[in-house]
Design a binder for this molecule. Structure first.
Ligand code: HEC
Ligand code: HEC
Ligand code: HEC
Ligand code: HEC
Ligand code: HEC
Length: 232
């Protein structure tokens, strides 16, 4: 009985005849996308994505200035997928409770955290950055090629409430993609908010940036600025 169920599931993995039509289907989808993209332009520029200064008040008054700044907790302690996956995960309540089961256990500011922990319902953090769905972005590739959090998110370690500081517009992405040497740093410095090329590496940004661009095999500007790199 169990066996039968398994083998009938397996047979689903034999490609059916209609798979032959997949490529034409994809081409059609592409043609539709060519029409669709300008429509998206016509109907507004995804205001949220361009909102420099967008700074929603969060359900818990969690402060990066305190935790990442004063206490010096590394960004990856909480955003632990940022160098492994496209998305930077937000910490589960358990991560907060690693400390707050002992620290400030009766603070009213942590009431929602304790409630979330007790009920297993996640805290509904409000999204700050939100690119339009037709753009592909990947954290891991940026972080592993030496782009620091501070380059795209600013001095998060000084923010009590996180705000968006860069436009996240196409022009902003392209400015770096044309010449990433202006921003590259050693990989092990990506979460350092105060890294400075001259003070820490003894070189000016462009000299070091060009060295790292070769070392990390960063593709040329033609690839980096081609539409299909970000719109796929
Ligand atoms: C102790 C855990 C913790 C640490 C350490 C931490 N963060 Fe966060 N971060 C959070 C939580 C919780 C949120 C969601 C609430 C908020 O926006 O403040 C968040 C939100 C963010 C956001 C906004 C996400 C969005 O919705 O767009 C950014 C950007 C961010 N963090 C960057 C950083 C950087 C950079 C560092 C290191 C300097 C860092 N964080 C360190 C817990 C942490
Ligand atoms: C590594 C330990 C640690 C972790 C992890 C941590 N915190 Fe904290 N948190 C602290 C410390 C220390 C304080 C400051 C306590 C003080 O003011 O004496 C604090 C203070 C706070 C306060 C202010 C409490 C008050 O009454 O002033 C809030 C709110 C808070 N944390 C939320 C969070 C949230 C939400 C998370 C998870 C995303 C988190 N913390 C993760 C150590 C931690
Ligand atoms: C090259 C620019 C860039 C770098 C470098 C970068 N981010 Fe982001 N970050 C973004 C963009 C763009 C978004 C919005 C992504 C989206 O909406 O799909 C974002 C979103 C986030 C979010 C919200 C969750 C998500 O993935 O959408 C968190 C948390 C975050 N970043 C943390 C970090 C941390 C921590 C670092 C450093 C380790 C970092 N980021 C480095 C550009 C960057
Ligand atoms: C400060 C510099 C910088 C900014 C800003 C930036 N990028 Fe990048 N991006 C890079 C670097 C460096 C790489 C690594 C290229 C490589 O080695 O493959 C990269 C790679 C990528 C890749 C993967 C390319 C591949 O190899 O397949 C995508 C997709 C991408 N970026 C999208 C974006 C988008 C979308 C934005 C804006 C929201 C953005 N980037 C902003 C520097 C930047
Ligand atoms: C480095 C990444 C990147 C590359 C390369 C790129 N785009 Fe974009 N594109 C974006 C981002 C980011 C947005 C804005 C998304 C948002 O507003 O949330 C965007 C938006 C758009 C829009 C919507 C209108 C607008 O300007 O906001 C169109 C149309 C577009 N891109 C077409 C193209 C074409 C055509 C190419 C090739 C010549 C291209 N893109 C190359 C990242 C890129």
């Amino acid at each position: 009985m169990g066996r039968a169920a398994i083998s009938s599931t397996n047979s689903q993995f034999v490609f059916p005849r209609w798979a032959n039509y997949l490529l034409p289907g994809l081409l059609l989808a592409l043609a539709v996308a060519v029409i669709y993209v300008p429509v998206v332009v016509g109907y507004g520029l995804a205001p949220q994505a361009l909102a420099v200064g967008y700074r929603p008040i969060q359900p818990v008054p969690y402060s990066h200035a305190l935790h990442a700044g004063e206490l010096g907790i590394d960004c990856r302690y909480c955003h632990n997928t940022v160098d492994k996956a496209p998305f930077a995960a937000l910490p589960p309540t358990q991560t907060c409770m690693n400390c707050h089961s002992m620290i400030k256990t009766d603070s009213p500011k942590l009431a929602l955290v304790r409630q979330s922990y007790a009920t297993g319902m996640p805290i509904h953090w409000i999204r700050v950055h939100d690119l339009a769905g037709y753009v592909y972005f990947n954290h891991a590739i940026h972080v592993n090629k030496g782009i620091g959090c501070v380059t795209c998110h600013g001095r998060v370690d000084k923010m009590d409430v996180v705000a968006q500081v860069k436009p996240l517009s196409m022009g902003w992405c392209l400015d770096c993609h044309r010449a990433p040497e202006k921003y590259l740093r050693p990989r092990d410095q990506v979460t350092n908010m105060t890294w400075d090329p001259v003070a820490d590496a003894g070189k000016d940004q462009l000299t070091l940036g060009l060295e790292l661009k070769r070392k990390y095999n960063i593709p040329d500007a033609t690839f980096m600025t081609s539409c299909s790199t970000c719109h796929r």
